[in-house]
Design a protein around this ligand. Structure first.
Ligand SMILES: [Zn+2]
Length: 145
């Protein structure tokens, strides 16, 4: 289960809406207690994909490293990656799976017409052949929108 605190969630949704109609991406920082993950902060990262960004994102490894360092500086861990699907459902695509890392949670935000619609979280397996849905808890005001 992954729970996203309001401040972090607000950053994620604002970034995804501002980046529409392109995909956004970013890092989720927080802590892990058994099988319960809590996202306490979100870091906006630049979509580094050089082609059309409407259906694709790419993270720079150095941006991820910096996010990891920032997490540690604040006494947290880098626990996941988020990205958006403009005018598309929050599913985990073949490309998403191929570009995933099995030790992170991947939160996908569906943005319809520039507004947040829904979100899902995924856990890729070690072989990156399959991603299980992970229970996602987001702040209530957003979930009801
Ligand atoms: Zn995707």
């Amino acid at each position: 289960m992954i729970q996203i605190e309001k401040d972090a969630w607000d950053v994620m949704v604002a970034h995804a809406e501002a980046t529409f109609p392109n995909e956004c991406c970013g890092a989720m920082l927080g802590d892990i207690d058994g099988d319960r993950k809590t996202v306490r902060a979100a870091v906006k990262l630049e979509n580094a994909f050089e082609g059309s960004q409407a259906a694709r994102y790419e993270l720079r490894p150095e941006d991820l490293l910096n996010a990891d360092r920032e997490a540690r500086r604040q006494g947290m861990d880098l626990i996941g990656i988020f990205h958006s699907h403009p005018d598309c459902d929050a599913y985990f695509s073949e490309t998403d799976l191929k570009n995933s890392c099995p030790w992170y949670s991947f939160v996908v935000l569906s943005i319809r017409g520039g507004r947040f619609d829904h979100a899902n979280s995924f856990l890729p397996n070690a072989e990156q052949t399959h991603a299980d849905r992970e229970e996602l808890r987001i702040p209530a005001a957003q979930a009801a929108r």
